[in-house]
Ligand binder design. Structure first.
Ligand SMILES: Cc1cc2nc3c(=O)[nH]c(=O)nc-3n(C[C@H](O)[C@H](O)[C@H](O)COP(=O)(O)O)c2cc1C
Length: 396
């Protein structure tokens, strides 16, 4: 097995054929140049096909990353499902609790796209079919983690990132196309209305998510390459997981914001549920408009701060200083109580996936140009002072 395959920006960038500095820009190019998957007959992932009792999850590596985890988990697979109305696929990472030889617990954030497909399946009293893909090209990983409109098929983002279509083949026991070049595919379905305990599991928030009754997957088949590699991601607040999330999240949210408000210059996700946005403010109230748009861009944005673009948003101290010197809470901070949110937020309302949203307009008012003057040492003084007059020798 392998973990940490996507644990550095340089490695992910190299795998996509880019330099790491180009990564955000190239990601946005891919979003604007989507490529549909193409069917193929050449499917290494079907070299071995195991169905019925032969499809045994207990024969896979059993990874338990944290002392609080309730069972071995699969944390690094791409889960694919199809919208029953449009046929558009949703791809996402979802932790999978190994509950037995053919049963997996699953966590689907309420409101995220997979949970919306499952809600539609339940309304029709039908099971939701899933393909669970292990061993993925980094472009598939970054594509699956795209944040954006429900109807954007993430397989098209994967194609955009690779500059060529994702090769797909029909699953053996499900009516879904699966990546033909995966190492391993687990095929299964989630029955409507059935729930079982899932968790605890060490999460990206740095806390262990408790045990809750959730839907679960009945496994129908496991297919794999001969000698397949089991690729996983260590759950919890560790480098690979956090990088995998932020590499696609920042350009996805930037793309969404700039399409709506071109004054937006850059975004940064410095911590879970937190977003910084830098803008070139053109008018009063624009920062608050950006805040409202940012909350719409991704339901996981809980705390958002908007600053002027002279603030380096990669420097959290600079953002805190802007809050302290450019905002007044009674005028520039607003709270929207009780909004649908990730239930992994340990401070959420008891038992409900609901949190308060906080927006802070930390831009200079009314504008940066006429805000308090910034002092600097006069240039004439800087030119007059020669370092070597004080320390002597080579100033290099
Ligand atoms: C390694 C990893 C594990 C993740 N585990 C989960 C999970 O268990 N449940 C979940 O809802 N999202 C999880 N996520 C986040 C989603 O995959 C991500 O928000 C995705 O973009 C959701 O897809 P959607 O925007 O199409 O709804 C995980 C992300 C990573 C990188």
């Amino acid at each position: 097995m392998v973990v940490n395959a996507c644990a550095s920006r340089s490695i992910v960038a190299a795998a996509l054929g880019f330099d790491k500095k180009e990564l955000p820009h190239k990601y946005r190019d891919a979003l604007n140049n989507l490529i549909e998957p193409q069917p193929t007959q050449d499917a290494p992932v079907h070299e071995v096909v195991l169905t019925g009792d032969e499809a045994d999850l207990l024969k896979l590596p059993q990874m338990r990353y944290h002392d609080t985890d309730g069972a071995p988990y699969i944390s690094g697979s791409i889960v694919m499902a199809r919208d029953p109305d449009t046929g558009s696929y949703s791809c996402s990472y979802n932790r999978l609790m190994i509950k037995g030889s053919r049963k997996l617990g699953i966590y689907m954030t309420p409101g995220k796209h997979l949970s919306q497909i499952y809600e539609k399946a339940e309304q029709r009293k039908q099971p939701m079919e899933l393909a669970i893909c292990l061993g993925s090209h980094p472009a598939w990983c970054m594509g699956a983690l795209f944040i954006g409109p429900y109807h954007t098929d993430e397989r098209h983002v994967m194609g955009g990132l690779m500059g060529k279509p994702l090769d797909v083949v029909r699953g053996k026991t499900i009516d879904l196309d699966v990546p033909a070049l995966s190492e391993i595919i687990i095929e299964g379905e989630v029955a409507p209305f059935e729930r079982e305990e899932e968790g605890p599991y060490g999460e990206f928030t740095g806390y262990s998510a408790g045990q809750v009754k959730r839907p679960f997957i009945k496994v129908k088949a496991i297919t794999h390459r001969k000698g397949a590699i089991f690729q996983d991601v260590c759950g919890g607040p560790h480098r690979e997981l956090l990088l995998m999330s932020t590499i696609p999240m920042e350009p996805s949210i930037l793309d969404y914001l700039q399409k709506n408000i071109p004054a937006v210059q850059s975004v940064r996700c410095p911590a879970p549920f937190t977003l910084f946005v830098a803008i070139k403010k053109a008018r009063d109230g624009q920062a608050k408009q950006v805040l409202l748009t940012a909350f719409a861009a991704d339901m996981q944005v809980k705390h958002c701060v908007v600053v002027d673009d002279d603030i380096d948003i990669t420097n959290t101290q600079a953002v805190i200083q802007a809050i302290a010197t450019r905002s007044q809470a009674s005028r520039d901070l607003f709270i929207v109580p009780g909004v649908s949110h990730d239930e992994l937020d340990p401070s959420r309302q008891e038992g409900k996936p609901i949190s308060d949203k906080v927006g802070v307009d930390a831009t200079a008012k009314p504008s940066l140009e006429i805000f308090a003057a910034k002092p600097k040492v006069p240039e004439e003084v800087m030119e007059r002072i020669k370092l070597e007059d004080f320390v002597g020798g080579d100033s290099e």
